[in-house]
Design a protein around this ligand. Structure first.
Ligand code: ADP
Ligand code: ASP
Ligand code: MG
Length: 484
């Protein structure tokens, strides 16, 4: 089989973990598989790069001292990666990797110094800077594979042929051009028995410069590459056993879902389940490529498979904190033209809105937006705002999604949800059903206790706690034809 294997941040979180990831690839090669590796940055590295980049922008201070303040952080990143390389590599490869890491760090410093000269951080430089973590990880993982006797070549996401629009910060891939680019770059390597090790998270923009695919974008890199190569499977190796019935860090009773449709997985991601990037299911779905989400630390466990199955039932709960609820109101009614301009701008800038709904007779537009997209979306609204319109923004909002297949066909579902909310003393700020066949969305004031009561109650009462590991969806004990 040809398998694209993507390692997330924790899977390559330090030297020994990078070594383990390489050993897993070695084992897959021994089984006779052809492999393309996609790697994220070591865990937390992208967060540090983002805060470095933000310090350099005028609205975050952008003071004269920021460069001097930033350089120790750069040195620390360098040390951390050198240390990871020393722990991951046991013989001959270390010197070469040290030099590659130094070159990367040098590039990073040049971008920071350039930004200081300009007095700002251009969007292109921002994307270059925050994608550095992936480029720092690739040489270490590639060298590990070589130490294991495998032939491997490291490539940037741009060099691998992922081609995007110019939406720096959150670019979208041009799948057709990417298909051609990836095939040209990677097929000759695969034919020679070489393992390509690709830096996830970014591609090459139309301007020829790296553009990031949005936070968590390495999943998207993997499915873009997998579908371009018509591979047999795409494996997303992460720190949990697959997609769970709720975020396992929030709800200990959550457990792995054996199979889930591409559409429901995408909906979960859009509603904030961090385990997958929102755009990553679509390229694989279009070419019917199975995507497996599995645990790097227990690769023998089956994990979750994305497929085209569609049995009605509740699959999972999602939750996001610190989201924003925006109301755009106009006594005259928000004009159609204004609504259309928002949609166009949102698309142009690849801003993801969890939910949009409109009030009676179009007098209000309501948006639920997660923290990452909120400020970019507000900028658009402020720029387009017509003078008649009032904008009100509530930032401390928690969003809960009930996600599954053909929810409207599940008898008794709404009654059960409302009973749970009553028992949790939870009064939603917003409740939307019917906008999508895959989800029911609620927003609450963002209070930890309240959110927990809602999640625990829904998880139990919707039957999610009862499923065995490897289960699929839950249909509240009613089949498709039964009446409530
Ligand atoms: P990686 O670095 O491997 O890409 P992420 O942190 O992006 O990993 O995603 C994995 C995390 O997603 C898990 O640690 C888990 O806390 C979180 N998560 C949120 N919702 C879910 C869910 N429904 N199923 C599994 N994991 C989830
Ligand atoms: N390193 C990037 C991030 O943290 C991409 C990824 O992990 O998928 O967002
Ligand atoms: Mg991720």
């Amino acid at each position: 089989m040809l398998i694209v294997v993507k390692f997330g941040g924790t899977s390559v979180g330090d030297g020994p973990r990078i070594r383990k990831a390489a050993e897993m690839i070695g084992w897959l090669r021994q089984q006779g598989h052809q492999i393309v590796v996609v790697t994220s940055a070591m865990s937390k590295v992208t967060d540090k790069l983002v805060s470095l980049a933000e310090k350099a922008t005028p609205e975050h201070g952008g003071e004269e001292t920021w460069l001097a303040d930033s350089l120790p952080l750069v040195r620390k990143l360098e040390r951390d990666h050198l240390e990871a390389a020393e722990q991951a590599l046991y013989n001959g490869q270390l010197e070469g990797v040290r030099n590659l890491l130094k070159d990367e760090i040098h590039g990073l410093e040049r971008v920071l110094k350039g930004s200081q000269l300009l007095g700002e951080m251009p969007r292109m430089s921002y994307d270059f800077l925050v994608s550095e973590g992936e480029r720092l990880c690739v040489p270490i993982l590639t060298a590990c594979l070589r130490e294991l006797g495998l032939s491997a070549v490291g490539l940037g996401g741009d060099e691998a042929g992922i081609l995007t629009d110019n939406n720096f910060g959150c670019a979208r891939a041009d799948e057709e051009r990417t298909r051609q680019g990836v095939r040209e770059s990677l097929l000759p390597l695969l034919e020679k028995g070489v393992i390509p090790v690709v830096a996830g998270f970014y591609g090459r923009s139309l301007k020829g410069r790296p553009a990031i695919l949005g936070r968590g974008g390495s999943d998207y890199s993997a499915t873009l590459i997998g579908s371009a190569l018509d591979c047999d499977q795409i494996w997303i190796m992460t720190d949990v056993d697959g997609i769970h019935t709720a975020d396992p860090r929030l709800l200990s009773e959550a457990h792995t879902v054996g199979e889930i449709s591409y559409e429901v997985a995408a909906e979960m991601a859009l509603l904030g389940a961090k385990v997958l990037h929102g755009k990553c299911a679509a390229p694989a779905a279009r070419r019917d490529i199975p995507v497996r989400i599995a645990n790097t630390f227990h690769p023998e466990r089956r994990g979750t498979y994305l497929s085209h199955q569609s049995r009605p039932g509740v699959t999972a709960l999602t939750s996001v904190r610190q989201a924003g609820l925006i109301l755009a109101t106009s006594r005259e009614g928000v004009s159609e033209q204004f609504a259309v301009r928002i949609v166009e701008e949102k698309r142009r800038k690849n801003i993801d809105v969890m939910l949009r709904t409109s009030g009676l007779n179009g007098a209000t537009l309501m948006y639920l937006v997660d923290q990452l997209n909120l400020n970019r979306f507000l900028k658009v609204l402020h720029r387009l705002k017509d003078p008649q319109m009032k904008l009100s923004i509530r930032r401390d909002v928690a969003v809960v999604g009930v996600v599954g297949e053909k929810l409207e066909e599940i008898p008794g579902l709404m009654t059960t949800i409302h009973r749970c909310l009553d028992e949790a003393h939870a009064q939603p700020l917003l409740f939307v059903q019917g906008a999508s066949p895959h989800s029911i969305v609620m927003a609450f004031p963002d209070q930890e206790d309240l959110l927990r009561r809602v999640l625990v109650g829904l998880h139990r009462e919707l039957g999610l706690s009862l499923q065995g590991v490897g289960g699929g969806t839950r249909n509240l004990g009613c089949d498709q034809n039964s009446k409530s």
